[in-house]
Design a protein around this ligand. Structure first.
Ligand code: HAM
Length: 434
């Protein structure tokens, strides 16, 4: 029978690598807590319309990459429905914001999430079909200050702090403004006019987008189209006074906080909901998929999916890419073996297995990291196994059980000592090799 494997573009994460994943997640949670964000968990699948209305029909994500299926009704009262595995989490968060009427609190909502997302992209280094994002959204009614450029600057400053605390060095913040929805409309008209002449020389996707959603022409990856794209008008020239002032206030606050950025007038991002500030943090070590994270403002998103006016700004970091970056850095800094556990308990004979479990329970409850062998193993095998993973081995034979004095061998010093059971946890917690 053919062996079954993880599906193309998906992968298993195994220890010890998962320790790094957990460390990144823990650091992110700690930073989010300091900036007063709370966690939101939305479903992994949603109504397909949520993504087509927010991310946009003409985007690569919606037109090519979604895992969508017709979910059959199970009862007469149900209707069959088109469902999609979430390709991103902002749409789900905004849907939840509307559904739970979070705007009615009048407060700014600061929500973060950590979870898998799904896109049928061509897999390569740093690009998977199931990947993980750590993201956050700041959203609320205009009266909560959600439109203020200070929110944009605060989010960007938080990201710089988070990347620093993760120990990621050498990142670049690419920053742009794609204007308000009115600016975007104006720009789309300018772009549409410019495309009339050149679109017939472009790929079929661009020829279609030139009519339906000209902005998406700028996402085209076809090499032959790039020289044409470089000659198209840039969005910066279509921004009105308010949008320019908003963007200037963001950069002023970033300058004051000492967050370095690179103005990138070509950064439009591949999702339709963005307005005004857009950004990416890139890292040279990642290769072709160099975006560590991306985000921006989406002042009209709530209304586009039937909600109240609720401006917002957010981002999502590619957790897989953070891991790749740290692994590349750490293999230079240290390729240290995983830290050893406190002790391995070796019962001498199967009749001592139950007593060994009790001893392990005591020590684990005392906060120690303990592994438990089996009385069916020969002592030589237990010693070899223990030496690989633990600082010490605790031998539990009939004599030890009866007397309450255990035999402890310290692998670093090679010494063997007798330790009363009441003192065992304290002794095992001490550094080894003494
Ligand atoms: P995005 O740029 O599509 O934005 O994705 C954000 C990040 O997710 C990327 O910068 C990248 O690190 C990671 N990523 C995306 N696709 C893949 C993939 N196939 N494999 C591995 N990593 C990937 C969004 O998703 C927006 N929802 C961000 C946002 C939040 N905007 C406002 N709020």
């Amino acid at each position: 029978m053919a062996t079954l494997k993880a599906v193309r573009g998906t992968r298993d994460l195994l220890p010890p690598e998962t320790e790094l994943w957990n460390r990144i997640e823990a650091t992110a949670r700690a930073v989010f807590a300091r900036y007063n964000f709370g966690e939101i968990r939305t479903p992994v699948f949603e109504d397909t319309a949520l993504f087509s209305r927010s991310v946009g029909e003409e985007t690569d994500i919606v037109s090519k990459e979604m895992y969508t299926w017709e979910d059959r009704a199970r009862a007469q009262s149900e209707k069959s429905q088109s469902l999609t595995l979430r390709p991103e989490n902002t749409a789900g968060v905004v849907r939840a914001y509307i559904e739970h009427k979070l705007g009615e609190t009048g407060q700014l909502q600061k929500l973060y999430y950590i979870g898998p997302q799904f896109r049928r992209e061509r897999p390569q280094k740093g690009r998977y079909r199931q990947f993980w994002q750590i993201g956050a959204e700041v959203i609320g009614p205009p009266s909560s200050g959600s439109e203020s450029p200070l929110r944009d600057a605060e989010v960007l400053e938080m990201l710089a702090t988070l990347l620093d605390e993760l120990g990621i060095t050498g990142w670049t913040l690419e920053l742009n403004s794609v204007g308000s929805s009115a600016d975007r409309e104006r720009y789309n008209a300018v772009l549409r006019a410019a495309l009339v002449e050149v679109a017939p020389k472009m790929c079929v996707d661009c020829q279609r987008r030139a009519v339906t959603n000209p902005l998406r022409v700028l996402d085209c990856k076809v090499p032959e189209d790039q020289p044409i794209i470089a000659t198209l008008p840039v969005i910066a020239d279509s921004l009105d006074e308010d949008s320019r002032a908003h963007f200037a206030a963001v950069t002023t606050a970033l300058n004051a906080a000492g967050v370095a950025y690179n103005l990138n007038r070509h950064l439009v991002r591949g999702l339709d909901y963005y307005t005004r500030t857009t950004f990416e943090f890139t890292h040279g070590g990642l290769g072709a998929q160099n975006a560590l994270l991306g985000g921006g403002r989406y002042d009209g998103l709530s209304e586009s999916i039937g909600g109240p006016k609720a401006p917002g700004i957010g981002f999502a970091m590619g957790l897989d890419r953070l891991v790749l970056t740290l692994q590349a850095q750490e293999s230079v800094e240290s390729s240290a073996a995983p830290e050893k556990i406190h002790a391995y308990i070796a019962p001498l004979g199967e009749s001592l297995n139950a007593a060994a479990l009790t001893l392990a329970r005591e020590l684990r409850r005392a906060g120690l990291r303990i592994d438990l062998g089996d009385g069916g193993f020969r002592l030589k095998k237990s010693l070899e196994t223990a030496d690989k993973m633990a600082r010490r081995i605790v031998i539990l034979g009939e004599d030890e059980l009866r007397s309450g004095i255990l035999t402890v061998k310290d692998f670093a010093s090679g010494t063997q000592t007798k330790v009363p059971r009441a003192e065992l946890a304290r002794v095992l917690a001490e550094p080894s090799g003494r």
